[in-house]
Design a protein around this ligand. Structure first.
Ligand SMILES: *Cc1c(COP(=O)(O)O)cnc(C)c1O
Length: 389
């Protein structure tokens, strides 16, 4: 019996361990120099002017909404095919949430559905303040089209790129914020790089960047230009907004800096595994992922759909078969609008976003991570072969 192959896993090397240990022996465990060094590594990699590192991806989404002053009475739209946090961040701010159905090829928010929904929303005066497209599995959304809609209808774009660090869109790194007001990353261990827990926001807007820094640390400032009175002395600070403790530590950032050095290698390896799956699975009754021209996917996930026009096998039976054979299949994602919190609060029902629901019925995520060996990719494929024979 082969050992269990998880769907995702971090890659930690000796340099990573050394970087964390050195920081542990240094003067700064938090609020020290590693934080701004990590931020500089992210902003320069992405080609964005500012990066703000925070405690996790969910905190990054929350802060992004706060920086745009999302509040009660506002409406935020996101994709139903995402992790809960892409929608929860709007609820944290008291806003209401609605969804835009996905494109059946990329499984990303459909720019066409977005346009239709905006037209309808304009008629009834219920346009969103913010749209949060999610670069699902590591492939960018149609950001250029979404930017032109944002300009036409007057909303902000927070691009949830928690799957997509290291990916490219129109030959530019995801996170450059050419089209988005802010881009969000997560460094949870299953993601592309890890800081154990961690997240970041990139932006080209200096005001937004300052607001994010303020809100990440209680809303406290020592910057005289932001104060309402003369400092009482060198100890003086003012709280000028209600912020949180969403800081990331120097230990985490030291790990992040070390991981950033291997990012391109990680993404190349993920793309190699995806290519191998494409080849070995092409004859099976599965719909394989498609990456559109102009996109370079970070391949955080490799998702396949069981094709009901070609097989009687259900997703559930295939999933169980994979697990019985020690393959850590997973499912991404249960459509968020069908979750009790969203269903009960906003009255969503099954059938509201049919593409996301139909996709969900058939999808399975297969293992993909940089340390996955060729042999393991072959094992996954031969188990899948076996499932259909
Ligand atoms: C992982 C993830 C998040 C949340 O990130 P955390 O760091 O776990 O808080 C948000 N959105 C998407 C799409 C994610 O995959």
């Amino acid at each position: 019996m082969s050992t269990f192959i998880p769907y995702g896993k971090q890659s930690i090397c000796e340099e990573d361990v050394k970087a964390v240990l050195e920081t542990l022996h240094s003067d700064w465990l938090t609020c020290g120099p590693a934080v701004s060094q990590f931020e500089a590594a992210i902003s320069s990699y992405c080609g964005a002017q500012h990066a703000i590192a925070v405690s996790n991806g969910t905190a990054a989404l929350h802060l992004a909404c706060l920086a745009l002053d999302v509040k009660e009475g506002d409406v935020v739209w996101t994709s139903p095919n995402t992790f809960l946090a892409s929608a929860n961040c709007a609820l944290f701010c008291g806003a209401s949430v609605d969804f835009v159905d996905i494109d059946p090829v990329t499984y990303n928010m459909s720019a066409e559905r977005l346009e239709e929904k905006l037209k309808a929303a304009k008629q009834v005066g219920k346009l969103p303040k913010v749209v949060i497209p999610v670069d699902f599995a590591g492939q960018s959304c149609d950001m250029q089209k979404m930017r032109s809609l944002a300009d036409e209808y007057g909303f902000y774009i927070i691009e949830d790129a928690c799957h997509a660090l290291g990916g490219k869109y129109q030959n530019k790194p995801i996170g450059s914020c050419q089209y988005a007001d802010m881009t969000i990353f997560s460094f949870h261990p299953v993601k592309v790089i890890t800081t154990a827990e961690g997240g970041a926001i990139t932006t080209n807007d200096k005001k937004i960047s300052q607001k994010l820094q303020l809100l990440r640390a209680h809303g406290m400032t020592r910057d005289e230009s932001l104060m309402t009175e003369e400092p009482h002395g060198p100890w003086f600070y003012e709280q000028c907004a209600l912020g949180y403790n969403y800081r990331i530590s120097d230990l985490q950032c030291a790990l992040g800096i070390s991981q950033m050095r291997k990012l391109d290698e990680f993404i190349a390896k993920r793309n190699m595994i995806a290519k191998k799956y494409d080849e070995l699975l092409s004859g099976l009754p599965l719909v394989l992922p498609k990456v559109l021209d102009g996109n370079y996917s970070a391949f955080h996930l490799y998702v396949v759909q069981v094709d009901p026009s070609k097989t009687d096998k259900t997703r559930l039976s295939l999933f169980n078969y994979l697990r019985e054979n020690n393959i850590g299949a997973n499912v991404h994602y249960i459509p968020v609008h069908t979750q009790p919190v969203y269903r009960d609060r906003f009255g969503f029902k099954k059938g509201d976003f049919p593409e996301a629901e139909s996709y969900y019925k058939h999808v399975i995520s297969l293992p993909i991570f940089p340390l996955m060996e060729d042999k393991e990719v072959s094992i996954v494929c031969s188990v899948l072969q076996g499932a259909f024979t």
